[in-house]
Design a protein around this ligand. Structure first.
Ligand SMILES: NC(=O)C1=CN([C@@H]2O[C@H](COP(=O)(O)OP(=O)(O)OC[C@H]3O[C@@H](n4cnc5c(N)ncnc54)[C@H](O)[C@@H]3O)[C@@H](O)[C@H]2O)C=CC1
Ligand SMILES: Nc1nc(=O)c2c([nH]1)NC[C@@H]1CN(c3ccc(C(=O)N[C@@H](CCC(=O)O)C(=O)O)cc3)CN21
Length: 277
């Protein structure tokens, strides 16, 4: 029986049917009693209204909802308005991000450049109202100059007032172990929750992983390719891989797990069942 804290991430669906389906998945996952549900936010505020609506609706159902806030392409003013709405709704935690760079960077406001500036901004204007969660990169952020600079940039966010971190997903527990060790050597003491991406669809995972710089180990990639026409076998293999990853992370004393659910309850539930949550 495992009792570590867990959380689940959703993204704002593009259609009304997607929203209905999301609320069904929410009801299923709520039975696991996570610490919170987080809702992503498109850079430049592309999902602003729907993110806000989902946060307030999900929060009203009982288990806390935690908004993501990406600062790239947003103005101080629009972020202030959102923060005030969240504060008034009793939201007490925010995932504080830079956001993925929009393709047409010239078209967007550039009042913020990096996530540490957003952490500083929220602490300046809202003191300790919010617990601030930031992103961490065990396999190094794709735009970082090098691993050491990326760690220094992570430390900037912690020194600006971040309370906890969630990692980019990874399939190699050694990367997490090494990253946490290097953080501790730098005097970074905040909890670092591994972000867990269930494996259910090879193309989608491969495309997203290229974009965000997450490595799919060659042997996993090769096995997934074998199951191109056998989704059930692919999912069984993916479940086994991710279950074992989580088991290793428990032995590494991970403080809990954040699941990138991709708005689907079953793949995450299967992992939790295997882990006897
Ligand atoms: N759950 C989610 O939605 C997650 C989203 N992401 C996405 O990953 C992307 C990056 O976001 P963050 O990690 O918040 O960005 P960040 O601002 O912490 O880092 C982005 C890049 O800039 C560098 N950097 C950071 N601060 C710097 C500074 N002061 N001076 C010079 N370079 C600096 C970093 O090394 C890194 O390469 C975003 O697209 C975010 O939305 C990442 C993980 C999880
Ligand atoms: N750089 C980065 N940006 C993010 O937004 C992000 C991360 N990393 N890492 C953690 C999670 C994972 N996220 C993800 C990962 C995959 C899809 C995805 O597969 N999207 C589908 C479209 C989904 C749909 O609209 O139905 C795709 O095909 O890209 C979405 C969000 C969001 N998060």
């Amino acid at each position: 029986m495992t009792t570590l804290p867990i959380s689940f991430e959703f993204f704002p669906p593009k259609t009304a049917e997607g929203v209905d389906k999301l609320m069904e998945q929410h009801a299923i996952l709520a039975a696991c009693q996570p610490e919170f549900f987080s809702i992503t936010y498109g850079a430049g505020g592309t999902t602003r209204d729907l993110t806000q609506k989902l946060v307030l609706d999900i929060n009203a159902k009982g288990i806390p909802a935690v908004p993501h806030l990406s600062c790239i392409g947003d103005t101080h003013e629009s972020l202030q308005a959102l923060l005030t709405t969240y504060k008034n709704a009793g939201i007490d935690k925010i995932v504080t991000l830079r956001g993925d760079l929009p393709k047409d960077i010239d078209d967007v406001a550039n009042e913020f450049h990096y996530a540490n500036e957003l952490v500083t901004f929220i602490r300046q204007h809202h003191g300790d109202t919010f617990t601030l969660v930031v992103a961490a990169y065990p396999e190094v952020h794709p735009e970082a100059k090098n691993a050491q600079q990326d760690l220094i940039n992570f430390k900037r966010k912690v020194e600006a007032g971040a309370s906890a971190a969630i990692t980019q997903y990874f399939y190699n527990a050694d990367a997490y172990e090494d990253f946490v060790n290097r953080c501790r050597q730098q005097g970074i003491t905040i909890p670092i929750y591994p972000g867990i991406m269930p494996i259910t669809n090879h193309e989608r995972l491969a495309r997203f992983s290229r974009m965000c710089g997450a490595e799919i180990p060659r042997w996993i990639e090769k096995r997934l390719l074998d199951y191109q026409n056998e989704p059930a076998s692919l999912q069984a293999f993916g479940l086994e891989v991710v279950t074992k990853l989580c088991q290793k992370l428990i032995t590494l004393e991970a403080p809990g797990f954040h699941f990138y659910s991709l708005n689907q309850a079953t793949p995450t539930l299967n992992i939790l069942q295997n882990l006897r949550f």
